[in-house]
Every structure is written in C-alpha cells, then in structure tokens.
Design a binder for this molecule. Structure first.
Ligand code: DGT
Ligand code: MG
Length: 486
C-alpha cells in the first residue's frame, strides 16, 4: 500500500478548483534515477575514433541527421534535419553513416549491464535510456551523508518531512557513482535525473545537458510539469492519446490539470483518465520493470541466394555479426537455428526454421558455419534452389557468461565439443543441489552452476513427458549422462 503524505498546508493547488490529485499527496518513498547517454550514436563513434571529439560530427541515416555531437549542435543542428540543411549550417560537419546499429546496441547493453551492478531494478527505454530504482540502496545508506550532488531543479525551501529530501540526496550520490562508472568503463558521458518517480526523473534529467545530473524534490514537481506546455510533451502521452486530448480541447498541461475527470472519462476508460490526470500533476506510480534479455538473438538477410557458396558466405557473414551481439549479451546460447524462405512464384515463399543443440564453441566460427549449413540442408534438400531469405540465430540462453567461465570453457579439453569435467569433480553440497536427474553422475551434477542443474532437471522432466523426441540425442542431458554417448 502506498503511504500518502498529507501536507495540504503547502499545497500550491489549494486555490484552484479541487484537482483530484496533488503531487504532495503522493508516496515519495521510492528513489528513481533516469540515465540518458549524451548524443549517443555520436559518442559511440567518438569512442571508436577519438579524433572525432574535436570536430562537429553528425550521424546520418538515409538523408536524415539522427543525432550530432554537442560541437555540431553549436551550429544549430537538430535531430531529423536533412543532411543538406545540416551541411549548409555547418560546412565542416563530419558525417558518419549510422545505419548499422550493431555497435550502438553493444554499448547500450554494456551500459544497462553496468547499471545492474547497482540495482536489479533496471528498465531500458530505447537504446540509450535506463530507469534505475535505487530505493533499496538508498535505504541501506540512510543516516550517512546527505549532501546533494549535481544541479537542483527549482526551489528547495519547502521540503516534505517524509524523508524524501534525504533519500533523493543519497540518490544523487548514487547517480554520480553510476555516471562515473559508465565514463570510466565505457568512456561515455551521460545525464541523470533523480526523483521519486519515473516520469519526474526522466523529465528533470533533461534540464541540464550534457554530462550533468539534476535532482527534483517533490515540491517542484508542479513547476516542472507546467513548464512542459503541451500535453504531448508528457513522456508517456503518445501521438494517439494526444490527438484524442486535443479533440476534447485539452492542449496544455494546465488544461489537463483543470479539466473535470468526467470529461476525460468520456474519451478514455476510467483508469486511463485517472492516469492522465495524475501525469499532469507529475504523479506516476508505474514501477521500474526490470528488463528481460531476449529469448532469441538472430540476424537475417532478405537476399536472393542460389548457390552453396553464396549460402555459406552469407551464413559466415551473419554469424560473424551475430557472435559479436551474443558475446556482448554475455549469456551462453544452447541452441542454434537457421531460417530460410524458399522462393515460390505464386505465394512468394514461406519461412521454415530448423534448430539443433549447440555443441560447438562460440569461438569456432568455421564449425558454426558448418552446423548452420547442415541445418540449411535439412530445409533445402534440392541441388538447385533459390532462397529469398536466410537467417541464423541463437536461443535457449543460460545465464552462464559466454566468454570467461563459459560452459565450453569449463568443460573444454582439446576439441571444441563440450566434454564433462571428469577430473574436476568435487562432492556436491546438499544446499546448492537441485534434484539430480537419473543417469547423471551426482558428483558432476553437484559441480554444475545452478542454472545448468535446473536446465538438466527440466530436460529430464520433458523427456519423461516425451517432449524431447527420440531423434534429438544431442541434448544437455546426454552430455552429462553416465551412459556412453550414442
Ligand atoms: P541527447 O540525449 O539529447 O544528448 O542526444 P541523443 O543523440 O542521445 O538523443 P536521444 O537520447 O533522443 O536518442 C538516442 C539515439 O537514438 C540517438 O543518438 C540517435 C537515435 N535517434 C534519436 N532520435 C531518432 C530518430 O528520430 N530516428 C532515428 N532513426 N534514430 C533516432
Ligand atoms: Mg541520449
């Protein structure tokens, strides 16, 4: 249950016609940090090529400028400007093609992974923004030092007495630590907003840019919201909702605050109407939703291929790029899959996918191409073919790091095929051991990471339910079975 802090004497809304939601009636017990990377794509290019730092740099996709570094922004360059216009404003502009997002994605996951070292509650928003709920960490540090770090938005004179001032000050210290870590480890500068909810943390973070952070104390929330002007400037109000609001003559944040809830309920369902009203006052009860890593990481190319060589070259190219993504993801995939669309003049063709357990090291690209080509041959059995799409992907990830301490690293002997660690076994400790499936050496089982133990147990249960088909002998369970492999 949220704790409401009733402090009506300080309400700036008292004189207006009774708005149903007041910011200082909201629960302030959380501390949320929002981190946004400065001129993200441009900074990644600068990290790759530091000489760019001294020059105005623009990132181009098609004929459009999607971002530019702050040096270029001094010339008046803006997002979504045409490249021709940008060049006119800044003739010395260095343009870089930013259509391949691979490096940006890599940096994006590195930043989120680094932030997860501070709190499990990290939510990604796009490629360069993260919300981090640092409430637990703040509570651990209470009664230490309450010096605020960074800029403060608005007036701090009338602070609430629920302890939010102290919490937000500690939150600002944590935000600074996070930004320092991102800079030290990845050479990226960032902006941060610190507030008691996601909406306010995001909004206030953009008040001082670049490479700065800003705290918002709850008493300044209304000022921040009213500074937005248009309803569409409220982050979670998209184009469609904005249009409906405009249709009922609500254009500004002030309009949204002062309209009757009944008016909103005529256009939206009651929950959404209440939510919109709350947003206009800077009230946002939404939680930081920890991001789930993707179930599959795959790449595909819709190119026409007609020879074995073309297919192998394409698989090699796709796998090369895919391995970079998988390695930066950090987890270990257990399954490799290939998708193919066979050309059909009438229907255009249908996509077919084949997959198999991954028994080859991620470091051995040549063998991976062989495995992928084997899967391709299972779909395309004809000598003469025409495929219009080829894709390759990894799935069934387990949280075992794929570079150091990898499953294959752990079990690797001289070949690339995973072998059980016969010589390295110790007795299993009761407390970390899940049920050992029949047929698996209890000592080997006890030595495995919990995720792998769980995986083996799940596989055993599936086998019991006959989910694993007889043909699929190359399973995890077989790797760890005491029986010799078939
Ligand atoms: P900032 O945060 O103002 O310092 O600058 P950026 O560049 O980080 O801008 P942001 O945070 O809005 O967007 C992050 C990246 O996303 C940006 O570097 C390029 C890309 N991006 C932003 N807006 C667009 C867009 O409208 N279209 C496309 N294709 N990419 C965009
Ligand atoms: Mg940014």
């Amino acid at each position: 249950m949220p704790i409401f802090i009733f402090n009506l004497s300080r309400s700036k809304l008292k004189k207006t016609n009774e708005p149903p939601v007041k910011t200082n009636m909201e629960d302030h017990s959380r501390t949320i940090v929002h981190i946004d990377i400065d001129c993200f794509y441009a900074q990644v290019e600068e990290v790759k090529n530091p000489s760019l730092k001294l020059q105005p740099v623009g990132i181009q996709q098609k004929n459009c400028l999607v971002t530019s570094n702050y040096k270029a922004r001094e010339y008046g360059l803006k997002k979504c400007m045409s490249v021709t216009e940008a060049k006119k404003l800044c003739p010395k502009l260095v343009l870089i093609n930013g259509e391949d997002l691979q490096h940006y994605r890599q940096y994006s996951s590195k930043v989120s992974d680094l932030l997860r070292g501070f709190s499990d509650l990290v939510e990604r928003l796009g490629l360069d923004e993260n919300f981090i709920d640092v409430t637990a960490l703040v509570n651990e540090r209470m009664a230490s030092n309450y010096t605020p770090v960074g800029c403060i938005y608005g007036d701090v004179s009338g602070t609430c007495d629920c302890g939010c001032y102290e919490r937000l000050c500690i939150g600002s210290q944590i935000a600074q630590e996070m930004r320092d870590a991102i800079f030290e480890q990845l050479s990226l500068t960032t902006c941060a907003g610190i507030a008691h909810n996601k909406l306010l943390a995001k909004l206030v973070g953009s008040k001082n840019k670049p490479n700065k952070q800003t705290i918002l104390f709850p008493d300044s929330a209304l000022e921040l919201m009213l500074g937005l002007q248009k309803v569409c400037d409220i982050p979670s109000i998209g184009v469609a909702t904005g249009k409906v609001l405009n249709d009922i003559h609500i254009f500004t944040v002030k309009d949204l605050q002062s309209c009757q809830i009944r008016e909103l309920e005529m256009a939206f369902d009651p929950l959404k109407a209440k939510h919109l009203k709350q947003l206009s006052y800077g009230v946002d009860e939404s939680l930081v939703k920890p991001y789930a890593k993707p179930l599959t990481i795959s790449l595909e190319d819709a190119k026409c291929l007609v020879t074995k060589q073309e297919v192998q070259d394409k698989l090699s190219e796709l796998l090369g790029r895919l391995l970079i993504l998988v390695k930066s993801d950090g987890r270990t995939p257990k399954v490799i899959k290939v998708s193919v669309r066979k050309y059909n003049p009438t229907t255009g063709g249908q996509r077919e996918t084949r997959q198999c357990p991954l028994s080859v090291s991620l470091d051995n690209q040549t063998k991976l191409v062989e495995v992928a080509y084997g899967l391709f041959k299972k779909i395309i059995t004809e000598q003469s073919f025409k495929v219009t799409l080829l894709g390759v992907g990894f799935s069934k990830f387990i949280d075992v790091p794929n570079q150091k301490n990898t499953l294959d690293g752990f079990f690797k002997q001289s070949s690339d095929v995973i072998e059980p660690p016969i010589k390295r076994i110790k007795l299993a400790k009761e407390e970390r051991c899940l049920k050992c499936p029949p047929g698996v050496d209890i000592e080997v089982f006890g030595e495995l990471p919990l995720e792998v133990q769980q995986e083996l147990w799940d596989e055993h249960k599936s086998k019991e339910r006959k989910v694993v088909s007889k043909g699929k002998v190359n399973t995890m369970l077989n790797y760890f079975s005491k029986e010799p492999r078939k």
